[in-house]
Design a protein around this ligand. Structure first.
Ligand code: 13P
Length: 248
C-alpha cells in the first residue's frame, strides 16, 4: 500500500517573514500521520521553514538545485546546501523550469542522477502541453520524458523517486484534469516504469497529480487507484491546503 504524498509547491512566493506567518497558520492541522505532507519552498526560505517545522512530521523541500557538487556556478544552489539548510526533497523538471528556464531532458536527467547521488529525494515532473493533448500524442510524449529522466537510475533509486504528472494546460488555469484523465496518465506512467524496471518498482513508486488541485477536487483525484497524492500550487499558499491534506 503506497502512502499518499501531498506537497505544496509555493513557487516564487513568500519571503522569509511571510514563510513564518504561513507555516504558523498551517502547521498544526497539516501535522498528520495519514499522508506525507511536504512544503516545497523557495531556497531562501528553507532555513526559516525548517526552524518553524521543528517537532512536526511535515517534510520540507525546495524547487530547484544544480547537479554539480560545488564551484563556479553563480546563482545556483547545491544539494549539500539544501540538505544542510534542512530540506530533503527537491522538485526536478517542473514545466515552468522546462518552459521559462529552458531546462531540457538532458539536464533533468543529470539533476535526477545528482539528487540521488547527493541524498536529496526528487519529485520528477512530467506533463504535456494543450497542443499535444489535443493532437492525442500526449502519452508518447510523457513516455519520452520518463524514459529520458530515468536513464541511468537504478531500481532502488526509481522506487525512491516521486513522479508528478502535471499537464501544463491544468497548471494555474483553474482547469483541472478530470479524475479519469489524470488517472489514465498516472496509470500509463506506472506502466512505463514497469516496462523500464519491474512490477515491484511500479507498485512502489508514488505518482502525484498536479494542476489546479483544490479542496473541492482533492478527494476525487486522490481516490483514484494510481494517483498517490498531489503537487499543489496556488492552493498551498492558503488555509485551503489544510483541507487538501485532510481530504478524506
Ligand atoms: P496550480 O495548483 O496553481 O495549478 O499549480 C500546479 C503546479 O504547478 C504545482 O507544481
Amino acid at each position: 500500500m503506497r502512502k499518499k504524498i501531498i506537497a505544496g509547491n509555493w513557487k516564487m512566493n513568500m519571503t522569509p517573514t511571510e514563510t513564518k506567518e504561513l507555516i504558523s497558520k498551517l502547521k498544526d492541522k497539516c501535522n498528520i500521520d495519514e499522508v506525507d505532507v511536504l512544503f516545497v519552498v523557495p531556497a531562501i526560505d528553507v532555513t526559516t521553514a525548517a526552524e518553524c517545522l521543528k517537532g512536526t512530521k511535515i517534510k520540507l523541500g525546495t524547487q530547484n538545485f544544480y547537479y554539480e557538487e560545488k564551484g563556479a556556478y553563480t546563482g545556483e544552489t547545491s544539494a549539500k546546501m539544501i540538505l544542510d539548510a534542512g530540506a530533503t526533497y527537491v522538485i526536478i523538471g517542473h514545466s515552468e523550469r522546462r518552459g521559462i528556464f529552458k531546462e531540457d531532458d538532458e539536464m533533468i536527467n543529470k539533476k535526477l542522477i545528482a539528487a540521488h547521488k547527493f541524498g536529496l529525494k526528487p519529485i520528477l515532473c512530467c506533463g504535456e502541453s494543450l497542443e499535444l493533448r489535443e493532437k492525442g500524442t500526449y502519452k508518447l510524449f510523457i513516455e519520452g520524458q520518463i524514459r529520458s529522466a530515468f536513464d541511468g537510475i537504478s531500481k532502488d533509486q526509481a522506487i525512491d523517486t516521486v513522479i508528478a504528472y502535471e499537464p501544463i494546460w491544468a497548471i494555474g488555469t483553474g482547469k483541472t484534469a478530470t479524475s479519469e484523465e489524470a488517472e489514465e496518465v498516472c496509470k500509463f506512467i506506472r506502466e512505463t516504469i514497469k516496462n523500464l524496471y519491474d512490477v515491484e518498482t511500479s507498485d512502489k513508486v508514488r505518482i502525484q497529480y498536479g494542476g489546479s488541485v483544490n479542496a473541492g477536487n482533492a478527494k476525487e483525484l486522490f481516490g483514484k487507484e494510481d494517483i498517490d497524492g498531489g503537487l499543489v500550487g496556488g492552493a498551498s499558499l492558503k488555509e485551503e491546503f489544510i483541507n487538501i491534506v485532510n481530504y478524506k
